[in-house]
Design a binder for this molecule. Sequence first.
Ligand SMILES: Nc1nc2c(c(=O)[nH]1)N[C@H]1C(S)=C(S)[C@@H](COP(=O)(O)OP(=O)(O)OC[C@H]3O[C@@H](n4cnc5c(=O)[nH]c(N)nc54)[C@H](O)[C@@H]3O)O[C@H]1N2
Ligand SMILES: Nc1nc2c(c(=O)[nH]1)N[C@H]1C(S)=C(S)[C@@H](COP(=O)(O)OP(=O)(O)OC[C@H]3O[C@@H](n4cnc5c(=O)[nH]c(N)nc54)[C@H](O)[C@@H]3O)O[C@H]1N2
Ligand SMILES: [Mo]
Length: 782
Amino acid sequence: MARKEPRVKEVNENDIEVKGHPKEWAAGIPAVYHSMKPAIENMGLSRALGATFKMNQKHGFDCPSCAWPDPKDRSPFEYCEEGVKAVTWEATPVVIPSEFWAEHSLTELRERSEYWMGMQGRLTEPLYKPAGEDHYRPVGWDEALGIVADRLKALDSPDEAAFYTSGRTSNEAAFLYQLFIRAYGTNNLPDCSNMCHESSGWGMGQTIGIGKATVAYDDFEKADLIILMGQNPGTNHPRMLTALEDCKRNGGNIVAVNPLPEAGLKRYKNPQKPRGIAGKGTELADQFLQIRLGGDMALLQAISKRVFEAEEKNPGTVLDHDFLEKHCEGLADLKEHIMLLDDDEVLEATGLRVEEIDELADRYLRAEKVIITWAMGITQQKKGVATIKEIINLLLLRGNIGKPGAGAAPIRGHSNVQGDRTMGIWEQMPPAFLDSLGKEFNFDPPREHGADAVETFHRMHDGRIKFFMALGGNLISAISDTHFAEAAMVKTDMTVQMSIKLNRSHLVTGKEALILPVLGRTEFDDQETGRQFVSVEDTVCVVHASHGGVAPVSKNLLSEPAVVARLGALVIGDRIDADWAGYEKDYDLIRDHISRVVVGCENYNERIRQDGGFVLPNGPRDSRTFNTPTGKAVLTVNDLEAVERPEGTLLLQSLRSHDQWNTTIYGHNDRYRGIKGGRHILFMNSGDIEELGLADGQQIDIHGVYKDGVERVVRNFRVVSYPTPKGCVAAYYPEANVLVPMDHVAEGSNTPVSKAVVVRVEPAAQPASGPEDKMRRTKVNA
Ligand SMILES: Nc1nc2c(c(=O)[nH]1)N[C@H]1C(S)=C(S)[C@@H](COP(=O)(O)OP(=O)(O)OC[C@H]3O[C@@H](n4cnc5c(=O)[nH]c(N)nc54)[C@H](O)[C@@H]3O)O[C@H]1N2
Ligand SMILES: Nc1nc2c(c(=O)[nH]1)N[C@H]1C(S)=C(S)[C@@H](COP(=O)(O)OP(=O)(O)OC[C@H]3O[C@@H](n4cnc5c(=O)[nH]c(N)nc54)[C@H](O)[C@@H]3O)O[C@H]1N2
Ligand SMILES: [Mo]
């Protein structure tokens, strides 16, 4: 295929356009138009349509964007604007030519933005950077994998290596990867979930015995009330808006709890329905509570208090006594604790009015079936785990778990992050899983817990981790405390990245570095026994197949299972009972092992071939059984703690724009928030702007304020006056990651607190120096 030159439009961050207020509605015609335009331009019509119409269809591929589930009856348009962007970005025919690597040094490439890098096209050759050199050079697969195997064999202890996973990886690749890593001898398995829904896993695991949503797709349309907390579905889970619309149509209510009036939370124009295209769309949120950052735990306790008060007024009618007696423990302690709640503290923490809280409590009490959903606004908080436990408390009080139309619903991010966990990607898999893994492959897996994402950087920093490998993702951009993280990463001896596109993690490396280019999920995966498919699990525990839909962009790519299988053969060989060569040829062999090792995956090969896949067992949802020490759901007592914000400082949250997928930047606009042409933005309340003597549009520097006294600063951001609560500001991730201290983590889950960082804002020390790429965050002397 002739090289298509990538079209990269560089932006000048001084020319950002701000178009007034946030949009009131999400989707509609512009969404479809915006989504198709880049696809057609970059890919050619037939590849674009070929890819798009296979997305989320029963014999097509799973959309590589978010983990939102598919309805049983699918429309031919079972995709959203964000999914089209993801597919276009992945399935582009543009490739990076071999000469690129001699032309560009790593030092030079580190000046480039993630946007520019992603637009260079697909990686198609294994690349090696020897120690002491500043360039990658193409190498063959055997040489590349041989280097990895040699370095792994040379380490003093398997615990000197860490193996990261990002959540786009299929079940088959993930299962094989964790097998390889455990057979090698370590549990150092950091993953993107450590920075994402880890707090959900802990908060739910300790109370109801499962870390996954207790709802099915159909429950959304059956609910009387859905409370969305800390989530921006219009951008991050757009197809969820259809489910919310179904709920409304059936008479349900929707409440949004968010510091920002996000577009999709208000009104939705469904682009897949005629009335959505032509009409005004559906008004979604019946109530919007504009909460302060970190105020949710106080709000939830306040609602629970009102539930107890209502019960006192009308004994026997408010709490679900039958459910509580049969299935729960801890009611008396919870009640005692909640009744002591200080109402003033609640108002201070939430920034809400009493009437707003009363109204939400009233809605909760009137509804028989309630779902509470949440995402990063809840999990990436110091009190994230405790807040999720309060969500569970509130739901349990009225029996809202394990009945139709009700439940707890953490809405997962990456399309297979949940499946990867099910397959064993976790630094602390329980003994039962390790037992059955060891039995299946005849070896003794390591038992000691490994390092998670944050811990991996601490250990790199002090020299305990020397080898780093990543199955997808872009950890150096995704992790907090960019300067600390980069300084830690460059101390390692070797870094290896299995990737589809160039990103910053390829440029901030160990002494030696390798890039291993792999097939994307959209592509056909042809092996010796024929065309293979893989499988994934969505946010409501449905496991289903994903078949590639377009020709691979290069014949030189290996699939992720193939890379791992080859490494297994080289590093582990017959030390365990594994057929490494067989796994690459026929993924059914991997699935046979999965069916014997992973609970709930029995007869995997047969059930994965059923239309629509199958549903994993879920005790709380299916039968109100709780896998806790006593077999009961636990109502927990959690102490409220005010979020500290010293005089003169602001609380910063870092979030996603409409034109990005985590660290992948598709473009420089954030349409629903009215931003065009740039990402160095600080959304601020007009009152704060005035009090600090700033002006809308002014260039400012943002300084981190943290107990360790380390200087963390990002420069030349532009103030945008925005309806965010007073004292609360917002900037985009990953640019803001510089400001999140590495040890500023959620209690009990070690998740970086990316949604509440104390900062100080000052007028810019120097004028901006021009285009974005000249303003790169850091320089690393690798
Ligand atoms: N298009 C697109 N889709 C994606 C992604 C993407 O980058 N782009 N990323 C995927 C991934 S990995 C994930 S985890 C999900 C993330 O999905 P979201 O969690 O929706 O992502 P964020 O942009 O971090 O948005 C956080 C939301 O929480 C609100 N918030 C912040 N702090 C608080 C708080 O203290 N309380 C409350 N109540 N709200 C708060 C913010 O205002 C914002 O609306 O999306 C997935 N889907
Ligand atoms: N400050 C702040 N930090 C955050 C967050 C935040 O809200 N604020 N959010 C956190 C969250 S929720 C998450 S999930 C993490 C995300 O952390 P990661 O999952 O590590 O990051 P991504 O940006 O999703 O990874 C993108 C890269 O994955 C590679 N890739 C894409 N598809 C494939 C594939 O099919 N196979 C392979 N092998 N590689 C592929 C591409 O090369 C691409 O550059 O970031 C976290 N960091
Ligand atoms: Mo995530």
